[in-house]
Design a protein around this ligand. Structure first.
Ligand SMILES: C[S@@+](CC[C@H](N)C(=O)[O-])C[C@H]1O[C@@H](n2cnc3c(N)ncnc32)[C@H](O)[C@@H]1O
Length: 361
């Protein structure tokens, strides 16, 4: 599976689109926004006074309301700071990056309204698409003041090699041999190092990066925190194998190109690569129920499993459909919704977010 070909969030603005099913990711953006705001104010206050344009990038921006919300909030933060300090006006160059198959059309179609919004009192803001993998160079040398990324860097550049013995799993799972966990971790280390290398060329000295990565709180690589959500999807697929709906061979060759790192693992790679100084590193949590839309007149608990399944569908459907075919998708997510509802009624599962702020040396 070529990740660059198949990894994308569900396009458009329809019922199953990422745009309509990314409330959980929005909650993470909201929770970590004060960290990003403090970092961008820090960059602004330390910028060369003759600089007239601040360049920033959102890496793995996807498409939908979250995409423009992030950049709007960051630009607004600078304008408020500037108003208070009475400093000179500033122009913004904003790059929205994602893989080439991301639905950039939906972003740019929705832009006219947002530009107007940004125009009222916020000043000139030039928004550009930057399609490509963030595991390669995306921008000219020493041009970026600020880099932001939320819930994107857990995606790997490829499925790790040497995980053929991970039978019955689609990611790390409770039955994964240690060699599988190690293969995923090695891929993460290599990818994250490449990412840091590329950004170290592009970010100006003193520029900041704020990255939030879906990860773990525990330093234990076999902790369920990082893989529980995928293990439950594997359970659905295995059920469908046993009913003859999915071929066993197909199940054995489906693997999620993701790694959910711990804070210690992130820190180690940044320190090893050496181009950035860590300003802060923290872990936050978000309940699985954060994806609940709450439209039901019943207590929303009933809908939580369904909404989380829809959120996961918006993330995983393109990959699953590419591997297993479109025809099983509704069936998969109906079953997944039931399992998620059951688990959420009995347990209190959470996603863990590792947020790191770093400054370019
Ligand atoms: C879960 S979405 C997060 C979107 C948005 N930041 C948010 O918080 O709602 C992850 C995004 O990362 C993108 N992505 C994954 N790997 C990437 C890569 N190597 N280069 C650029 N984008 C990537 C995916 O295509 C996807 O749009």
């Amino acid at each position: 599976m070529e990740v660059i070909e198949v990894l994308r969030m569900k396009e458009g603005t329809g019922q199953t689109s990422y745009a309509n099913n990314s409330l959980l990711q929005k909650q993470v953006i909201n929770m970590t926004m004060p960290i990003a705001q403090a970092a961008i104010i820090n960059v602004y206050c330390n910028m060369n006074p003759t600089t007239r344009t601040m360049c920033m990038a959102d890496l793995g921006c996807s498409s939908g309301p979250n995409t423009l919300f992030v950049m709007y909030e960051l630009v607004r933060t600078i304008y408020e700071t500037r108003d208070k300090s009475g400093s000179q006006s500033l122009e913004f160059q904003v790059y929205l990056n994602d893989l080439p198959k991301n639905d950039f059309n939906t972003i740019f179609k929705s832009l006219s309204g947002s530009i107007e919004k940004m125009g009222t009192g916020l000043g000139p803001c030039f928004i550009m698409g930057a399609p490509g993998s963030f595991y390669g160079r995306l921008f000219p040398s020493k041009t970026l003041h600020f880099v932001y990324s939320s819930y994107s860097l857990m995606w790997l550049s490829q499925v790790p090699k040497g995980i053929e013995n991970n039978k019955g799993n689609i990611y790390i799972g409770s039955t994964s041999p240690p060699s599988v966990i190690d293969a995923y971790y090695r891929q993460f280390k290599s990818d994250f190092n490449t990412f840091l290398n590329c950004r170290s060329e592009e970010v100006l000295s003193g520029g900041n990066m704020v990255l939030t990565i879906l990860g773990r709180e525990s330093e234990d690589q076999s902790s369920r925190e990082g893989y529980y959500i995928w293990e439950l999807l594997a359970m659905v697929l295995n059920q469908m194998v046993s009913e003859g709906i999915i071929e066993e061979g197909k199940m054995d060759t489906f693997n999620i190109p993701q790694y959910t790192p711990s804070p210690g693992e992130v820190k180690l790679e940044v320190e090893k690569e050496g181009s950035f100084i860590i300003n802060s590193l923290e872990v936050s949590q978000v309940d699985w129920s954060a994806s609940a839309k709450g439209f039901s007149t019943n207590p929303i608990r009933e809908n939580e499993g369904y909404d989380l399944a829809e959120c996961m569908r918006a993330v995983a459907e393109p990959m699953l459909a590419n591997h297993f075919g479109e025809s099983i998708i509704d069936n998969v997510f109906r079953r997944y919704s039931d399992i998620l509802s059951d688990r959420m009624a009995k347990e209190d599962p959470k996603f863990y977010n590792v947020t790191i702020v770093m400054v370019k040396k």
